[in-house]
Write a new protein. Structure first.
Length: 621
């Protein structure tokens, strides 16, 4: 047990304060991207009472990560969909990880540099651990795992991974007995897996620890460690559901097969490493333009990337006795990246995947420097912390505005179809439909995957519809339906266009077809309501939508919200503004980032002559 006057009791609050300060700009960043699917539209985590928290364990989204889903439910129970509490939780997890890393780094054994006095070792180790933890925490590449709310799955998993490593080292260095350490280690492993599957490699990391730092004890621990390997393999098969993928088959929603993904990852890994070393904000994107490696020589950098990885791993293994800390950091980096750099059906590159593998890189880079250099390097390291902190704050600022975020993504060279489509979506939400169509056409020119193509086509039809270019919109929606079926509200728009074209018979055919599918009937009800409205039967249209809304009480959020918006729109057309206002306010209470609804409230306030309130809403928009 360290003495109470240990300097670590200064380092810990400093690390916490530093981490909090640089992430303050993230506290009001709205839900984005996968946040919508996992949180905003996921009824399983919409707990309004303590007794409803258990529903998170039955989430149809990310069901293999129940503890992470429970954390979203707790946030909802405490503050609904106010993003502040979600970001506070993410920052606190990052603070915990930073300090746990600081404590763990001091437990990693190994020979220091020659000439270091024995009496200075503890102080020196604490300083290096502080710099290693601080530079890891402020590195801008970590923003995607901290600022992006849903990626707490990664940061929470990392916390339990770190806890497992800490417990194991405490046992190996005789600070904890096996009776105390091992049960807690299994608990940490299980809780980590309940956050994200990347914790699967923890048993292998423990073997790696023994291999590098405790080779004499490795043989005595073989039964325990063999059990860990067997457990890892068994859990891996569970996640694969017993089906090992065909490496030559291209999965749905991808433009690469599993073998091509593995080969591409060899290049992606080196890019990850370069981002950690030089994390300029302009180099950090959500999407990256990685050419798929179609063979080991296409592109030509594929083979050198593989050879570089193999050479680095072999060198680290050979240096494990002379430079054990460096060997550990390098081999852990590749091990922790392995699950998401394998054949799994994931996007090629996301920088939040660096969060866990990068834990020990800075520490290893400093560990073998002489104490004299470490003491003199303090101002330089402080300058680097300040620089990286500033870049992290800059990156957090970029997340504030979706248009700037995606425009910056594209301007810096990450011109993917997904980026084009997401920027177009922002432009559509703000009513700039003609600008959105330009971005959509650019995206369609480079789209290779069906997943990108169908969202681009749908958004193109959507923009054309609200520009009242009905023939063009109909052609786009019909192509979307032909290629991708009942995607989103494709058939609803087709029916509405027929009504605009005075073709009620064709609209009725669409309604009849939709009624054959329980999950699509609400779209038919909306078409029928619009037809009644055109026939000046507004009261009947309202009654129809009210009945439909009551019948969809247990349906997905987006279904009920679509019916609510249609009902409110008809209320407005009938000059029943009070009823419309109630619906809009109800939606904004649950979904405060819904731009379209706030826009409608603004227009209603302005029409009613409440210019002061309208001005406040306009400023908010």
């Amino acid at each position: 047990m360290p003495p109470l006057n240990s300097s670590k009791y200064i380092y810990i609050p400093v690390l916490a304060l530093l981490t909090v300060i640089i992430y303050i700009p993230s506290l009001d960043i709205p839900f984005v991207f996968d946040d919508l699917v996992n949180i905003v539209l996921n009824l399983a985590v919409h707990a309004d009472r303590f007794g409803e928290l258990g529903r998170a364990f039955d989430s149809g989204v990310s069901g293999n990560r129940p503890l992470a889903m429970l954390s979203f439910a707790v946030n909802h129970w405490l503050g609904g969909l106010n993003v502040f509490g979600y970001h506070v939780f993410n920052i606190l997890v990052h603070v915990a990880n930073t300090n746990l890393l600081f404590l763990l780094l001091q437990r990693i054994p190994g020979a220091g540099p020659a000439g270091s006095p024995a009496g200075d070792q503890q102080e020196r180790l604490e300083k290096i651990a502080f710099w290693g933890a601080a530079l890891w925490a402020v590195n801008p590449v970590q923003t995607q795992a901290v600022t992006y709310i849903v990626q707490r799955m990664t940061s929470m998993a990392t916390f339990f991974y770190l806890a497992g490593l800490y417990l194991y080292l405490a046992w190996r260095t005789d600070k904890l007995s096996a009776k105390s350490a091992l049960p807690l280690l299994f608990v940490a492993f299980g809780l980590g897996l309940a956050c994200k599957e990347i914790v699967l490699t923890l048993p292998l990391a423990l073997i790696l620890l023994d291999f590098i730092f405790f080779p004499a004890r490795l043989r005595k621990s073989l039964p325990f460690l063999a059990g860990g390997v067997i457990l890892t393999v068994a859990i891996g098969f569970y996640y694969l559901q017993g089906n090992f993928p065909d490496l030559l088959v291209t999965p749905a929603r991808r433009n690469f097969n599993s073998l091509e993904r593995i080969m591409t990852q060899w290049r992606v890994i080196w890019h990850y490493l370069s981002l950690f070393i030089l994390p300029l904000p302009e180099r950090l994107h959500l999407t990256y333009n990685f050419a798929v490696s179609r063979s080991i020589l296409s592109p030509w950098t594929t083979l050198p990337a593989l050879l570089g990885i193999l050479a680095t791993i072999i060198t680290a293994v050979r240096l494990r006795r002379k430079l054990p800390v460096l060997a550990w950091a390098v081999l852990f980096f590749f091990l922790a990246l392995a699950p998401e750099s394998s054949f799994v059906n994931l996007e090629l590159a996301f920088i939040h995947r660096l969060y866990l593998p990068s834990l020990f890189l800075v520490f290893a880079g400093l560990y073998y420097l002489p104490s004299s250099i470490i003491k003199k390097a303090g101002p330089l390291l402080l300058l680097l912390i300040a620089l990286w902190s500033n870049w992290t704050i800059t990156r957090n600022d970029e997340w504030q505005n979706r248009e700037d975020f995606w425009a910056g993504n594209i301007a810096r060279g990450a011109e993917t179809a997904r980026a084009k489509n997401n920027l177009a979506t922002v432009l559509i939400d703000s009513g700039r439909l003609d600008e959105a169509l330009v971005r959509i056409e650019e995206g369609l020119e480079i789209a290779e995957r069906d997943e990108d193509l169908k969202t681009l086509l749908y958004n193109k039809g959507y923009a054309l519809f609200y520009l009242r270019k009905y023939p063009e919109a109909l052609a786009v929606f019909q192509e979307t339906a032909r290629r991708f079926g009942a995607y989103r509200h494709t058939f609803l728009f087709i029916g509405l266009i027929y009504l605009e074209q005075e073709k009620p018979g064709k609209a009725a055919d669409i309604v009849a077809a939709l009624r054959e599918y329980p999950t699509l009937r609400y779209q038919g009800d909306i078409i029928r309501a619009n037809r009644l409205l055109k026939e000046n039967r507004g009261d009947e249209a309202i009654e129809l939508l009210q009945e439909s809304l009551a019948g969809e009480a247990g349906s997905a959020v987006y279904i009920r919200q679509k019916l609510q918006l249609e009902l409110a729109r008809i209320y407005v057309s009938q000059n029943r503004l009070r009823e419309a206002s109630r619906i809009f306010i109800d939606i904004t209470e649950k979904f405060p980032q819904n731009y379209s609804v706030w826009k409608m409230i603004y227009l209603m306030q302005e029409a009613a002559g409440d210019y002061e309130q309208a001005a406040k809403i306009r400023a908010f928009l």
